[in-house]
Design a protein around this ligand. Structure first.
Ligand code: MTE
Length: 332
């Protein structure tokens, strides 16, 4: 991602560079997801509360909807203007499909998302392999509107659909020695042209401390904008950790491993002095090669001033206590 920043890609307005191919790609993914969505509906998701009858997002090609109730988790709603569906699905980082911002939308149609399983293992009493239809039924789906802040200096506001990862972690019963959680994502060269590049060591992995992973704001996302996740956004299931830089939110998860030792992570392996394990959004801890004090909201015009970045991306009231007594510059 830092390579792109150097070339100035982040200054483009994504609406201007949306490739028409993305719509074809999306239709292809939706055909595959059709089965999945049918399961979700006929399986009776048992969603309680107010069902969201959201209108199809502008630019959507009509993906199956996921009904979800508005989340009651503190911090999980926002009155900020949402990023357009078009921008959120055409300006992406998903290096398995290429390093350009429009590469994922162009190339991710190759991703087969059904069948799909996620294995949860390691320091747990009850290891488990779940299919995507099991994950859709594991807990009531909630809509959560989160800010997403990329380490490159841009941000979005996205309505996700999913539930707290803690629902899944509780199910496998972590042992007393579990302290961290490692997330492994799909690394299939046959489907992912980006794996030919050695920009990262594949598969892409990420990690959290167990208490961060158990925090109610840590989201296992299965959809966005009221629909199943588009491939370029990490279909069929991804992580969203809203108070950390976007690269912590690993896409297209296949394995979740509880560990005693702090896991190495994909970006930390290639540039340990630039991408720390914690990577909490922090305006006063600059990236070694650029400031993190401000950000550009995707969708803003080029003459709109950059916004001030907030500590923990604005989620300090909910998460600051996780880091009490820690030196955030040292534990970056
Ligand atoms: N997950 C995988 N597997 N591969 C990636 O390249 N990029 C990360 C993160 N998750 C990435 C990933 C980065 S840098 C960001 S900013 C977010 O995904 C972008 O998510 P979005 O494209 O849905 O906005």
């Amino acid at each position: 991602m830092h390579f792109l920043r150097e070339r100035g890609f982040e200054h483009r307005i994504p609406s201007d560079i949306t490739p028409p191919e993305q719509y074809a790609v999306r239709r292809q993914w939706l055909r595959e997801a059709g089965l999945l969505a049918t399961v979700a509906v006929s399986g009776g998701l048992g969603v309680s509360g107010t069902a969201m009858a959201a209108p199809a997002p502008q630019g959507s090609t009509g993906a199956r909807k996921l009904s979800a109730s508005a989340s009651r988790v503190p911090g999980a709603s926002s009155s900020e203007t949402r990023t357009s569906y078009r921008d959120a699905t055409s300006y992406n980082n998903f290096y398995e499909f290429g390093t350009g911002k429009s590469d994922p939308a162009r190339n991710a149609g190759r991703l087969r998302t059904s069948p799909w399983t996620v294995r949860i293992e390691g320091a747990v009493h009850k290891p488990l392999t779940l299919g995507i239809e099991d994950l859709l039924r594991l807990a009531p789906l909630e809509q959560r509107v989160y800010r997403l802040r990329c380490v490159e200096g841009w941000s979005m506001v996205i309505p996700w659909v999913g539930y707290s990862l803690s629902n899944l972690l509780r199910r496998v019963e972590p042992t007393g020695s579990a302290r961290f959680v490692e997330f492994e994502t799909l690394g299939d060269a046959a489907q992912m042209p980006g794996l030919r590049s050695s920009v990262l060591q594949w598969p892409y992995t990420e990690g959290l401390r167990l208490d961060e992973a158990m925090h109610p704001l840590t989201l296992l996302a299965l959809g966005m904008y009221g629909e199943v996740l588009p491939a370029q956004n990490g279909a069929p299931v991804r992580l969203v950790v809203p108070w950390k830089y976007g690269f912590k939110s690993a896409k297209s998860l296949v394995r979740i491993r509880l560990t005693e030792q702090m896991p190495r992570t994909a970006w930390n392996k290639v540039a340990p002095t630039e991408y720390g394990f914690y990577s909490n959004v922090n305006p006063s801890v600059p990236h070694p090669r650029w400031s993190q004090a401000t950000e550009r909201r995707i969708g803003d015009s080029l003459w709109t001033p950059r916004r001030k970045t907030q500590l923990f991306n604005g989620y300090a009231p909910q998460v600051a206590s996780l880091y009490a007594g820690m030196d955030l510059a040292k534990n970056f």
